[in-house]
Design a binder for this molecule. Sequence first.
Ligand SMILES: [Zn+2]
Length: 132
Amino acid sequence: MIPGTFVQAAMRGIRGKCPRCGEGSLFRKWLKPREHCPVCTLDLMPQRADDFPAYIAILVTGHLMAPLIIMLSLDFEMGPLAMVSILVPLALVMMLGMLQPAKGAVIAAQWWFGLHGFVKERLPDDNASGPA
Ligand SMILES: [Zn+2]
């Protein structure tokens, strides 16, 4: 069933599900999207997520890590080696763990807004349509 809002479509993408039906899996491998949704046959080939999911993962990880770095250095007075041994693995896990959900959200956004050859399928917005 077609989602009613952009947030609903994005949440389906974050969960790795097709943004249109919410049931078919979006990925056939970790970051490799399927060509078609196995449930509703939505053509996923027009997606152009490119590097944007990586930018999202870096941005979110950086903003979550900054307060942690400040807290570890000020409150716990950790040395550089101890901080690096905690922060680098944590940052790697966070960024790698965020890539697929971010890519799903980007694909869902592209589908929702009808970008790159996706057909805009959502129902017309009552507020946006009407005589100009
Ligand atoms: Zn689908």
